[in-house]
Design a protein around this ligand. Structure first.
Ligand code: NAD
Ligand code: KPL
Length: 303
C-alpha cells in the first residue's frame, strides 16, 4: 500500500524520507506544477540527520494526479488541512485512512467533515524538524508520535511499517486527551514567548502570569478533555520551560519569520471552548486579544 504524503515540509519530509529508505512505496503530493518542477530539478528530498545529509528521490505528484489514495499522511499546517484534503477527496478510496499530523485542535474536525467516509487517525508528535532549504529537512529533535482514532480504536496493521521505518510511535486510546494537553502546554508557553519576545526559558521571569494561565487552562481541560489531561499541568509547563529554556517556541519562530501562526487551532480553540462551557477565563481571553493585536501590528493573520 502506497504512503501518500501531502506536504513536503518539515514533518512530511521527515516521515517520507524514513518510510522511503525502509523500502516502502511513498509518493509526495506537492502544491502545484511549479513546486513539482522545482522538486524534480533538485532530484528529491534531502534529510539532514546530525552531520549527514542524504537525498531521497521519492516520486512526487500534484493533487490532480489520477491514481487512487488509500493511505494519506496529511503533513501541512492546521490552517491548510481542510483545503488540502478537499483537493484530494475525489482520489480517496472507500476504505481510505488519513493520518492527521496537525498540532492543536479543530482542523481534525474540519477534515473529517470534508471526507466523512474516511478513517481519520489523529496524531500528536514531539519530534522536531525544520526546513533549511527547498525540499531540505533537518531532523532537530528525537521524540514520539502518538496516534489514535476514538471512533475505531483498533490499531491499524501498518504500525509495523512505522516500526520498520524507525519512526517512534505509540497507539493511544487517549489521543484526544494528549491533543488537549499539548494544546494547553502550547497556550501556556507559545503566546507569552511572542509577547515577551523571549526564548522559552525567559518565561521563568513571569511565574505569576504562567501560573494564572495554567489555572485557567486546567479548568478548561477539566471540562473538555478526559480527566487525566488536567492533572499537574502547571508542573509540566514549568518542566517544559526549563527543559526547552534555550529554544524559541514554534509560534515565536513563525512570528519572527513573518509566517502565519496556528493561533486559530490553539488559543482561539481554547477560548471558543471556554465560551461554549460558559467558563469565564479572563486571562486566557486577554492573552488572545494581546496576541491578535501583536500579530495585526506585524501584518500577520490574526486567526
Ligand atoms: P511546514 O510548513 O514545514 O510544512 C507544511 C508543508 O505543507 C509545506 O511544504 C506546504 O507547502 C505544504 N502544503 C500546504 N498546503 C498544501 C497543499 N494543499 N498541497 C500540498 N502541500 C501543501 O510545517 P510542519 O512544521 O511540517 O508542520 C506540520 C504540522 O505539524 C503543523 O500543524 C505543526 O504544528 C505540526 N508539528 C510540527 C513539528 C515540527 O517540528 N516541524 C513538530 C510537531 C508538530
Ligand atoms: O511545542 C512547543 C512549541 O514550541 O510549539 C513547546 C516546546 C512545548 C512549547 O510550547
Amino acid at each position: 500500500m502506497t504512503w501518500h504524503v501531502l506536504g513536503a515540509g518539515s514533518l512530511g519530509g521527515l516521515w517520507a524520507a524514513r518510510l522511503a529508505r525502509a523500502g516502502l512505496p511513498v509518493r509526495l503530493v506537492l502544491r502545484d506544477r511549479s513546486r513539482l518542477t522545482s522538486y524534480r530539478r533538485l532530484g528529491g528530498l534531502t534529510l539532514v540527520e546530525g552531520q549527514q545529509a542524504n537525498l531521497y528521490p521519492i516520486p512526487a505528484q500534484t493533487a490532480d494526479d489520477a491514481t487512487p489514495i488509500s493511505r494519506l499522511l496529511l503533513a501541512c499546517k492546521a490552517y491548510d488541512a481542510e483545503d488540502a484534503v478537499a483537493s484530494l477527496a475525489p482520489r480517496l478510496t472507500a476504505d481510505a485512512e488519513l493520518i492527521l499530523l496537525q498540532n492543536g485542535l479543530g482542523s481534525q474536525d474540519q477534515v473529517a467533515a470534508r471526507v466523512p467516509r474516511a478513517r481519520c487517525i489523529l496524531a500528536s508528535s514531539t519530534e522536531g524538524a525544520f526546513r533549511d532549504g527547498d525540499f531540505r529537512v533537518v531532523f532537530a529533535g528525537q521524540g514520539c508520535t502518538w496516534l489514535g482514532c476514538p471512533p475505531q480504536p483498533a490499531a491499524p496493521h501498518w504500525l509495523d511499517e512505522l516500526q520498520a521505518s524507525g519512526i517512534p510511535h505509540q497507539w493511544s486510546a487517549d489521543i484526544l486527551g494528549r491533543l488537549w494537553r499539548k494544546l494547553a502546554l502550547n497556550c501556556a508557553i507559545n503566546p507569552l514567548t511572542v509577547l515577551h519576545d523571549c526564548r522559552n526559558g525567559g518565561l521563568a521571569a513571569y511565574p505569576g502570569e504562567v501560573a494564572t494561565l495554567c489555572d485557567e487552562l486546567a479548568e478548561l481541560l477539566r471540562h473538555c478533555a478526559p480527566a487525566a489531561a488536567a492533572e499537574n499541568l502547571q508542573e509540566e509547563v514549568e518542566r517544559v520551560i526549563q527543559a526547552t529554556a534555550a529554544n524559541y517556541s514554534s509560534m515565536y519562530q513563525d512570528v519572527a519569520q513573518g509566517r502565519r501562526t496556528e493561533i486559530a487551532y490553539l488559543l482561539d480553540h481554547a477560548c471558543a471552548a471556554a465560551q461554549r462551557h460558559k467558563l469565564p477565563l479572563a486571562h486566557l481571553h486577554n492573552l488572545q486579544q494581546r496576541l491578535r493585536a501583536h500579530l495585526a501590528e506585524r501584518g500577520l493573520p490574526t486567526r
